[in-house]
Design a protein around this ligand. Structure first.
Ligand SMILES: Nc1ncnc2c1ncn2[C@@H]1O[C@H](COP(=O)(O)OP(=O)(O)OP(=O)(O)O)[C@@H](O)[C@H]1O
Length: 239
């Protein structure tokens, strides 16, 4: 893996002339987890799509990118919808990146990642035979397969039951250690557990919230984690 860069985005975005966000000034620290929270429709997914160069429909006025280099080929995006190909098996979906690049899939790595997300026994199934939470774990496995220095996660644990959500948060924090991760989430607990930095995106721009101290993932029942998540929830309710 190449060194994980810091990211920046300064500017405004619109679609068909309709403003999405104005005067955004976002910094994402190198090799850390930055959480992005905010009301529905404020433009969080648009930010991720811009960084992933998947926002041709968005008119962006400003600058964004990686500090000290180009982002091309260095980004993995886990989008809100799982984007699994229904005609491929679970393991083929997990290996899709290699397949699209014309590389031979690393079958043992696919098995290992599927095992880590608890789906080793579903490897031969088609996505249509899985539950919503299982599909989300396949999409997570596909993202973790890509050894990219920058990882953009759009509500990656939203469909998971409480147990799997907590397990997948821990797994993802472990696998993506030292990567530059931008995590969009609606869950204040998740932000308090995983964020080295916590940003709220509002109509006024980015507001930062001090995260709890300590390494991530933090314990859910840690007193300061509980306090920060309560403060975050109160802050989100003001918007
Ligand atoms: N393809 C599109 N065409 C027109 N408008 C769009 C399109 N995609 C998104 N939008 C609009 O852009 C705005 C920002 O959308 P975006 O998905 O970035 O918000 P979000 O903060 O991620 O929301 P959520 O939390 O609900 O996922 C919304 O008002 C949405 O309706």
């Amino acid at each position: 893996m190449t060194l994980a860069p810091a990211l920046y985005m300064q500017g405004s975005a619109a679609i068909d002339g309709v403003p999405i966000f104005r005067a955004l000034d976002l910094h994402v620290a190198a090799g850390q987890w930055t959480c992005l929270l905010g009301s529905s429709g404020v433009g969080k997914s648009t930010v991720l799509k811009l960084f992933a160069r998947l926002a041709e429909h968005v008119e962006f006025n400003g600058e964004f990118g990686a500090e000290g280099g180009d982002l091309t080929g260095r980004v993995a995006l886990m989008a809100q919808s799982d984007l699994l190909l229904p005609w491929l098996s679970v393991s083929e979906n997990v290996a899709l990146g290699a397949r699209l690049r014309g590389d031979a899939p690393d079958k043992s790595k696919v098995s290992h990642v599927l095992d880590r997300v608890g789906l080793a026994d579903k490897a031969a199934r088609r996505p249509g035979e899985l539950s919503g939470g299982q599909r989300q774990r396949v999409a997570l496995a596909r993202t973790l397969m890509e050894d990219r220095p920058v990882v953009l996660l759009d509500e990656p644990f939203s469909a998971l039951d409480a147990k799997n959500r907590s397990l997948m948060q821990e797994l993802t924090a472990e696998v993506l250690q030292d990567r530059t991760v931008l995590l969009v989430t609606h869950d204040p607990v998740e932000a308090a557990r995983l964020g080295h930095a916590i940003n709220l995106m509002t109509d006024r721009g980015i507001e930062t919230v001090t995260p709890p101290p300590g390494t991530v993932p933090r314990a859910v029942d840690d007193e300061i984690v509980l306090k920060v998540q309560a403060a975050l929830l109160a802050r989100l309710r003001e918007d």
